[in-house]
Write a protein that binds this ligand. Structure first.
Ligand code: V47
Length: 359
């Protein structure tokens, strides 16, 4: 690529113009990632100055039993597998009552596509968490779980979302998007809903006033073209609904996953992908450096490559760690603030919707 192309992209960014597919391709090919990072940092700083957000939250997995059997996933287990588990609603509340969870403002609840759990169970989880603490934000069930629950109940996605919203659901997490390209999904997650179905669940959620995040799993069998296509589809839906709060690029962790022969993305590829995401997704306000998958050291660097959010305290994490994540399972508020401050940014505690919280 010649430097003229890079300069034309720089100009677009400086003028606030939208990048197109060719621009994104050029950014993936440009040899110096520091140039790409500099542009992403310009955008990130324009939006968020020196703020780096974090949330005091807790993850809870209600079950890892899953009928999908995705090739990249070490978390999901078939029914009867010795590592399969399923929590009763009381167990979930028990986790919230453990020391360390008292200050959380968000509960992130996800599981697999369970073949048998009744609809009441999902409603009860949300009601129980809300009665544990009415002001805690419940971010629960990926678009994949919502579609699965709807299909098991023989109801529409809108019906499921409306019922869960009535029970107290505040927001959907961004998981399960993987990569939208059908040819790659056919190899890594053939039983999962299609990318278009994932987008349709999110469209419905946003129409019903339920905001969500969005993810992209990268560094497995997909091409740069597939990544760009994924980002552009999210950007198109965001133009339509405005319902995405934050985008989370998830580097594939291969080590203990069924696809363990694939090396997974390098650090440079991860930083470049975060930067390109910031530059292409001009209508999604926040980009998360999810330290669990990135490691805290790379997450710090990601703050210079377009990311503005460090995610959270998490407390208990299974999806990444069962796949071989090398990070801790939890960070304290003080540790996160130290990591952000020592990278030269200003830590801002936020709620799930990125409203700043004063301590
Ligand atoms: O949906 C599964 C991915 C996701 C692997 O919305 C893997 O705020 C890497 O979505 N290597 C779960 N990734 C994590 C997630 C998330 C995390 C934090 C915050 C939010 C949010 C969402 O992890 C899954 C899947 O896409 N995943 N296996 C793996 N081997």
């Amino acid at each position: 690529m010649n430097s003229g192309k890079f300069e034309s992209i720089r100009k677009k960014i400086e003028q606030g113009d939208r990048l197109n597919r060719q621009d994104a391709e050029a950014l993936f090919k440009w040899p110096d990632i520091l140039d790409v990072g500099e542009l992403a940092h310009l955008v990130r700083t324009g939006l968020h100055d020196d703020r780096a957000y974090y949330v005091v939250n807790r993850h809870i997995n209600y079950s890892n039993i899953c009928v999908n059997g995705c090739a990249f996933c070490a978390f999901g287990k078939r029914p009867g597998d010795p590592e399969a588990f399923e929590l009763a609603v009381e167990d979930i509340i028990g986790k919230l009552n453990e020391p360390g969870s008292h200050a959380i403002t968000e509960v992130h609840i996800v599981g697999g596509c369970h073949p048998e759990l009744p609809f009441d169970y999902y409603e009860e989880i949300i009601r129980a968490v809300k009665s544990w603490r009415p002001d805690v934000i419940v971010k629960a069930f990926t678009a994949v779980e919502i579609a699965h629950i709807a299909s098991r109940e023989g109801k529409s996605v809108a019906w499921v979302l409306e019922r869960l919203k009535d029970a107290g659901l505040d927001m959907l997490p961004g998981g399960g998007a993987e990569i939208f390209a059908p040819s790659v999904r056919a190899r890594i997650c053939p039983a999962k809903i299609s990318g278009d179905e994932w987008l349709e669940v999110m469209r419905t959620a946003h129409r019903l006033g339920i905001k969500s995040n969005a993810t992209m799993l990268f560094g497995h069998l997909e091409s740069f073209h597939d990544r760009i296509d994924h980002l552009l589809k999210l950007r198109d839906l965001q133009d339509e609904t405005g319902g995405f709060v934050c985008f989370i690029p998830l580097p594939f962790l291969a080590k203990k996953s069924p696809l363990r022969d694939i090396p997974g993305p390098t650090g440079v590829d991860i930083l470049r992908t975060i930067a390109v995401s910031r530059l292409v997704l001009d209508n999604i306000p926040h980009i998360k450096a999810y330290w669990v998958m990135l490691t805290v050291k790379l997450a710090q660097l990601a703050l210079f490559f377009g990311a503005d959010d460090f995610d959270g305290t998490v407390i208990e994490e299974k999806i990444g760690h069962m796949a071989g994540a090398e990070s801790e399972e939890a960070l304290t508020r003080e540790e996160i603030e130290y990591l952000i401050t020592s990278a030269g940014f200003r830590p801002v505690e936020r709620n799930s919707f990125f409203e700043p919280l004063t301590k």
